[in-house]
Design a protein around this ligand. Structure first.
Ligand SMILES: NC(=O)c1ccc[n+]([C@@H]2O[C@H](COP(=O)([O-])OP(=O)(O)OC[C@H]3O[C@@H](n4cnc5c(N)ncnc54)[C@H](OP(=O)(O)O)[C@@H]3O)[C@@H](O)[C@H]2O)c1
Length: 315
């Protein structure tokens, strides 16, 4: 059972910052404590606008320095795994929880091949958490989980997770074997998972990883109605991004943040971290300064009044 009651705090002394505190829970057996704030590698792949390799590496290094232990890569963009493999030193590996994910192939061999490619890119002989991003209708999800468990038995994967599984699919998946985590899109602007999926995970003892915690950067408060993202940024092609920029909720959230004298990204992250049903809040970043600010949210306790104001905008 993952339990947020068992969080422990550790303070880190880091450059330019006196002390920052990170919070951990041990909910993955045989893995080190998992930081409540995880670093998502997606923006470091260039998918959300170009980024140079050195900036990407220093962002990962900053996260390690600030006590983040959970890193989320993806086989869809192998560079995310390669960057982790390049930055993480051998003596750091056993303190970190490396997660990656992929769409499973139709046959067991293809999932094995995928995992072996991830291992090579990560320069590791195990993956702490391998997440299935979906399944092919030709093969029942139960069977995919049964097959994937063979890789757990062999030690290539320590834990199996899934992504964006709704309550009924999760139930089917669990008939195939243990599923440690379900990564769900959840943030102040996207709360559909609250309807059923969070409760389903809690019932089944599946830890929730809340992904896209800043709504792809919209909850930075920097982008407003009419903003145009560059052509090399996937956000230029997402219709829901344009819709959210226009619908007024973001403006209201910025107003709440201004009145509370807290930056909106910190509030948005703290809002997720404070939720007992969320085990890891996964935030992407492109620069060490963003990591530094996001870590500050771990220490931010939202009072009931502020929580109600934030909830009131988008509930
Ligand atoms: N399992 C799944 O199916 C799934 C799906 C999606 C994502 N994910 C995971 O979730 C992670 C997080 O999602 P995401 O990276 O797509 O989006 P996100 O975390 O919602 O937003 C990340 C973006 O927010 C901006 N940002 C971050 N910190 C900031 C700060 N302190 N101040 C201002 N801006 C800040 C940066 O973009 P700009 O500076 O360019 O604005 C950054 O690229 C991903 O990296 C990935 O690991 C998983």
């Amino acid at each position: 059972m993952y339990a947020v009651g068992r969080w422990t705090d550790r303070a880190f002394r880091v450059e330019r910052l006196a002390v920052c505190t990170m919070r951990y829970a041990s909910f993955l057996s045989d893995s080190p404590p998992v930081s409540t704030l995880g670093l998502g590698l997606w923006p470091l792949t260039g998918a959300m606008g170009s980024i140079d390799a050195e900036a990407a590496k220093s962002t990962i290094a900053a996260a390690i320095e600030r006590g983040i232990t959970f890193f989320d890569a993806s086989r869809t963009a192998p560079v995310s795994e390669e960057l982790l493999g390049q930055v993480i030193r051998g003596d750091q590996r056993h303190e970190l929880v490396l997660a990656t994910k992929a769409y499973p192939g139709e046959r067991f061999e293809s999932l094995r091949t995928t995992v072996e490619k991830s291992l090579r890119a990560l320069r590791s002989d195990y993956i702490d958490l391998f997440q299935l991003q979906g399944w092919y209708p030709q093969m029942p999800i139960e069977q995919v989980i049964i097959d994937a468990q063979k890789l757990v038995s062999e030690g290539k994967i320590r834990h199996l997770g899934v992504c964006n599984f709704d309550a009924s699919v999760l139930e089917s998946a669990l008939r195939g074997g243990p599923v440690a985590t379900n990564a769900l899109e959840l943030n102040l602007l996207q709360r559909a998972a609250e309807e059923e999926d969070l409760a389903a995970c809690a019932r089944q003892d599946v830890a929730v990883i809340a992904h896209s915690a800043l709504a792809k950067g919209l909850l930075s408060g920097r982008y407003r109605a009419g903003h145009t993202f560059a052509d090399d940024d996937e956000r230029a092609r997402f219709s829901d991004v344009a819709k959210r920029l226009d619908d007024g909720q973001l403006d209201q959230l910025v107003a709440v943040a201004d009145a509370a004298a807290h930056p909106l990204p910190e509030l948005a992250i703290a809002w997720l971290i404070s939720r007992p049903t969320v085990a890891v809040t996964l935030v992407g970043a492109k620069h060490p300064d963003q990591v530094e600010q996001n870590c500050r949210a771990v220490e931010l306790a939202l009072d009931g009044d502020l929580m109600a104001k934030l909830d009131g905008v988008t509930a």
